[in-house]
Design a protein around this ligand. Sequence first.
Ligand code: BGC
Length: 438
Amino acid sequence: MHKINGPFIPFPEKFWWGTSLSAHQAEGGNNNSWTRWESRPKAIKNQDTSARAAEHWKRFEEDFDNLVWLNANAHRLSLEWSRLEPNPGEWNKGAERTYREMISALIRRKIHPIVCLFHFTLPLWVEDAGGFENTEMINAFVRFASRAQEAFGDLVQDWLTMNEPVVYALGAYGAGVTPPGIKSLPRALKTVGLLMKAHGDAYHVLKAGDPKSQVSFAHHLRVFSARRSISPTDHLMRKLADQVFNWSWYQAIQTGRIQINVPGVFKFEESNPSSFGALDYVGFNYYSRDLVSLNPFTEQKIILSSPKGASKTDMGWEIYPEGLDPLLKRLKSLGFANVPIVITENGLADASDSLRHDFIYSHLKTFLESCERHGLTPGGYLHWSLIDNFEWIDGYYPRFGLFEVDYVSQKRTARQSAHYFRHLGQIWGLVPPAQTES
Ligand code: BGC
């Protein structure tokens, strides 16, 4: 087990140290469900679009040189399904070639690739056929997973079937702020269940292609606290949010049963044997927490907010590193003591780069210490993100990169916090930012 002793906290010997990025947010030149969504008036802040994004599709060699400079040994990317299968059953060899070059460019630099198959974007033909609400499209996704395994399995061992399925379902089918823009809580919750099936089935085809491959999904874990500590209804809503958002997926993995129950709104209970055990490591994204309260007079009933006076990012998200501890404790109690725990995304919008050093330090410290306290194996930390990129409905104003991107010249510049990150990789452990020279 990883042991901590003294102020220098060593990283475990086997530890993914690196960054995360997604295809649509970085590549530029995509044509998918999001591209279409971005063209609607007022869909995206400042009418930004992903058209050029950070031109990662042509600049990945330079970006990966920067990963080497960061002393990273791992990087998470996603494959853009619409590039690889632009029409049903039509496989694009050119896109396959570029992704093979991209992944090989990492391997050449001794950077381990972790590859995600679905990061919020769908080919238009999938979206137009009803996305994951349509069983045939779930099958199409599973076929895509199998095809990706054939095309890249000799280079890739570590997979994520999908990114933040609950966030996707709630945004796309609940709040309706992301494509396809449907506003129906029951449909959103049903989609959560359908995505579980898709994950389970994709997990098994990836494993069938290569039994040695390690497969997971990047879950978004959040802390939910009752806004008014004396309010029983706030506590009830907190429990509900926590159960549906954070834990229903892991329960499906452990029991092979999908259970999503929101009293008075929705109940989905079904046996789904393919979910059972469909996880080789725990991968989760961690950003912030929400205060939860009940407002019976609003349509969605549940109100999320953040505490007044808290330290916040440029997007107004509370910085709450201590929240990692209860989440890790819960993962332990759910029985995930024997698999590596990987933070597959953690980061902040911070254009002035004044908070990022401390953010990295405090989150890593809590992560490593809490893993030790709860008897878990820390398997890696992937910072979101390597470079600034297209932040969905918020466009380009949020700056998440260790490297700043000038969107006119596309020039990359290391932020001060990148020097800190690099230093930690060099000494292979954690020290407070003040001790670091840039
Ligand atoms: C998503 C990323 C996003 C990041 C910051 C995560 O929820 O996976 O695509 O850019 O958060 O908002």
